[in-house]
Design a protein around this ligand. Structure first.
Ligand code: PHE
Length: 450
């Protein structure tokens, strides 16, 4: 076991669960899920999404924990050790860490918008009134060079500050504060949403599955999103699993984390849709739903500005706990594979991620005319690369590795977590060997041929 002083481990089971839930709950739940569910007809999409979480997401999360914990190493070293030094499999580990690096570089830009909106809500949107003026603010935020650079920097700096503290004093402690606060904020906003006239309509929209609205593209989008929202394929869960003691039940943990993550995504819909419906707006506003539509409705509500502030702080917190789980795999790689100290292994990658994110931060303004691939800006290209290529490929490799390559005895030992192996094992292993690879390949083919 490759324990070094700079590696660390979790202080408690709850700390581990909160950190993983913090990783999973992020912009994907509050920003992305409500708008993609809205675009894909609501209930039917939600139903398929739940099926994907259960049959593909949870089995792959268990794989990530198993790989990480069995070696107590960063993804790159873990794949190396478990495959007997195969270069190809080490490449799969590098793919995950590289995906985390690239994702954080532009995730931070979006998180920066959330921080910018905290500032804007505190200052009353600069006195803007009327739907058009407030909705138009997003255009300014999106295309402000100075603003984007400043908030991108601020967000990476906060993330770095936490990861510098290490596993227990940094990540675990931050998660213990961020996650409960996030839940309290969610419930305050939900309490408000329940009183809105559009609440009933929102419940029907989210929970009534009208299967006629489902398209095959919607199904594949649900599957892809289930990966993103559970933080799979980026080495995050693998790295968090590597700090885990051998008797923590990784199967039960995967269920708990996934249920919490799903609950937050559904709560986000139950908060946003009632507000949006009550003001006669449409949940199909696309990516601008959180940043354009929500401020417009907040501005029309009594106590709208404090609520808006609360909402964007919530979004920032959710993004922050995800971002630390993206920096940590890169840091762990530097500690485990390069022998760097935690300070060096945090600061240098963080600086590199910041710099790599600069073209994404400028994609709304001075680089908006610069198209890297086709019509895509640098930001869009990075998003496409991570979400549609690196993440599904890494997910596929993880399932195939555990299903076909890893020593079955180690796999069983990890699944059992120190207890006798139960019957669920064969169901899970069947999913990993057959269902996950086929499902992930289908998404992959769909996204690259679309
Ligand atoms: N799960 C996070 C979200 O929903 C994103 C993320 C993906 C974080 C992969 C870490 C690793 O926003």
């Amino acid at each position: 076991m490759s324990e070094t002083a700079d590696r660390g481990h979790w202080g408690s089971r709850l700390g581990f669960l909160l950190a993983c839930a913090g990783s999973a709950v992020g912009l994907g739940n509050i920003w992305k899920f409500p708008y993609i569910a809205g675009e894909n007809g609501g209930g039917a999409f939600v139903l398929i999404y739940l099926v994907c979480i259960f049959f593909v997401g949870i089995p792959i999360m268990i794989c990530e924990f198993a790989i990480g914990r069995s070696t107590h190493s960063s993804p790159v070293k873990a794949f190396g050790e478990l495959s007997g030094g195969s270069k190809g499999w080490i490449g799969a580990g590098i793919l995950s860490v590289a995906a985390a690096f690239v994702l954080l570089s532009f995730y931070s830009v979006v998180a920066g918008w959330a921080m910018h909106y905290v500032y804007l809500s505190v200052t009353g949107f600069g006195g803007a009134t009327g739907a058009e003026a407030i909705g138009g603010i997003f255009g300014e935020v999106f295309s402000s060079t100075k603003g984007n650079l400043f908030w991108h920097f601020a967000f990476i700096a906060m993330t770095t500050g936490i990861v510098l503290g290490g596993v227990q004093a940094g990540i675990e402690r931050a998660s213990r504060i961020l996650m409960p606060t996030l839940f309290i904020m969610l419930f305050i906003l939900l309490a408000k949403a329940v009183t809105m006239p559009g609440f009933g309509k929102a419940v029907t929209f989210v929970f009534y599955p009208d299967l006629s609205k489902l398209s095959s593209a919607g199904i594949l989008e649900a599957l892809g999103h289930s990966f993103f929202t559970l933080s799979l394929g980026m080495g995050s869960m693998m790295t968090y699993g590597s700090y885990l003691k051998d008797d923590f039940d990784i199967v039960r943990s995967s269920f708990v984390i996934s249920v919490l993550d799903t609950a937050v995504a559904l709560l986000a819909c139950l908060i946003m849709y009632p507000i949006i419906f009550s003001f006669g707006m449409d949940p199909q506003a696309g990516p601008g739903l959180v940043f354009k539509s929500m401020p417009i409705v907040f501005a029309q509500m009594p106590f709208g500005m404090p609520l808006a502030t609360l909402f964007f702080v919530l979004l920032t917190f959710a993004a922050l706990s995800s971002a630390i789980s993206l920096l940590e795999p890169v840091t762990a790689y530097m500690i485990d594979n390069r022998g760097w100290s935690r300070v060096k292994a945090t600061l240098i990658p963080a600086a590199a991620i910041f710099l790599f994110g600069v073209p994404s931060a400028l994609s709304g303004d001075i680089l908006s005319g610069y198209h890297l691939v086709g019509e895509k800006t640098f930001f869009d290209t990075m998003d496409f690369l991570v979400s549609n290529i690196m993440m599904p490929l890494a997910g596929l490799f993880i399932a195939v590795f555990v299903g076909y390559r890893m020593d079955i005895e180690i796999v069983k030992k990890e699944f059992a977590s120190g207890k006798p192996l139960n019957k669920l094992f064969s169901v899970w292993f069947f999913m990993v060997k057959y269902v996950c690879p086929v499902a992930v390949t289908a998404v992959f083919i769909h996204v690259i041929t679309k």
